[in-house]
Ligand binder design. Structure first.
Ligand code: UTP
Length: 301
């Protein structure tokens, strides 16, 4: 299998039904819900761009054209922003538009994350690529050297695949794909995982007593192109969906799939509590909002 050395493509799946956010998500994709004043997916796209990605493949579902429209030129609005002296806001959008190709693909039915990734097969070709879940935000101290940047760097160097893992409490394992690092490394620490440990398998949403480790997949991956072959081999699995983790299990048997623990804050904005936490924490970091918000919160305690 040919390996291209530079990783330039990223898939951002954003076609899920977002049932945890009904009824808001009936017409608005959860990836477009605002975190302070920016849609969640904008943080995700920025992470990819800062990691050197030039081609972003957005996987969108029915009624999700709001995401596509977001990156279109809106002459009227842009003209007004310039007239109002709000060029900073404009620059953020223009930066994304000018530094990436945004390719939009329709996932005709929400058949699972594995299926969503497979929808981009013809655009990926034989290149390695990143996958960033559209409702998961990471905030790194050094945004240029973010989670996707580090995964890409490791996978380019080693010509293999890699995933980001985070430690979770036993009460949380049933919400995630949990990696099997072999019994020898079951209780590995952040330090052990800094330079990567081999993934032997992934168990989708296990209860704590059967979880193979406490290391969860929060939604950042880099794959060599052969994952598409494994995605073509799988059948619907857990929950009747085409699971990315099933293809990862096939991959882990044949080639190197590494797990990395990388320093970053992370918010699951597709979850109500995660969404509120992201909004509060990131709003507190805005000088214009901090005092007012703190006063409000203190008044509620
Ligand atoms: P989630 O499992 O968080 O999305 O998928 P969901 O199914 O929309 O969530 P709930 O449980 O119903 O609230 C993780 C990511 O994968 C995308 C989602 O949009 C999300 O960004 N996804 C999921 C797809 O693109 N297609 C799918 O078929 C499933």
């Amino acid at each position: 299998m040919a390996h291209n050395s530079k990783i330039r493509k990223a898939i951002i799946p954003a076609a899920g039904l977002g049932t945890r956010f009904f009824p808001a998500t009936k017409t608005v994709p959860k990836e477009m819900l605002p975190i302070v004043d920016r849609p969640a997916i904008l943080y995700v796209i920025e992470e990819a761009v800062q990691a050197g990605v030039t081609d972003i493949v957005l996987i969108q579902g029915r009624g999700k054209t709001a995401i596509e429209d977001f990156f279109d030129v809106s002459y009227e609005l842009e003209d007004k922003l310039i007239k109002d002296g709000k060029e900073d806001i404009l620059k953020q959008i223009q930066f994304i538009r000018n530094s990436t190709n945004i390719i939009s693909i329709r996932q005709k039915a929400a058949l699972g994350l594995g299926h969503a990734v497979k929808c981009a097969e013809s655009i990926i070709g034989d290149e390695a690529f990143a996958v960033l879940l559209g409702d998961e935000i990471t905030i790194s101290t050094d945004q240029k050297h973010n989670v996707t940047y580090n995964l890409i760097k490791n996978c380019e160097e080693k010509q293999n695949s890699g995933v980001w893992v985070l430690p979770v409490e036993p009460s949380e394992t049933h919400k995630y794909g949990i990696v099997d690092l072999s019994s020898k490394h079951k209780d590995s620490s952040h330090k052990d995982l800094l330079s990567g440990l081999r993934v032997h398998g992934v168990v989708e949403k296990p209860k704590s007593d059967v979880a193979p480790s406490h290391w969860a997949l929060p939604g950042r991956y880099v794959f060599q192109a052969e994952i598409m072959r494994y995605l073509n081999e799988i059948q619907p699995g857990y929950n009747g969906e085409w699971q990315l983790s099933d293809a990862m299990n096939l991959m882990a048997k044949k080639s190197d799939l590494m797990a990395y623990s990388l320093e970053s804050r992370r918010f699951d904005t597709g979850d109500k509590l995660g969404f509120l936490q992201a909004n509060i924490e990131l709003a507190l970091e805005r000088p214009e909002l901090r005092d007012g918000l703190l006063k409000f919160i203190k008044g509620k305690l």
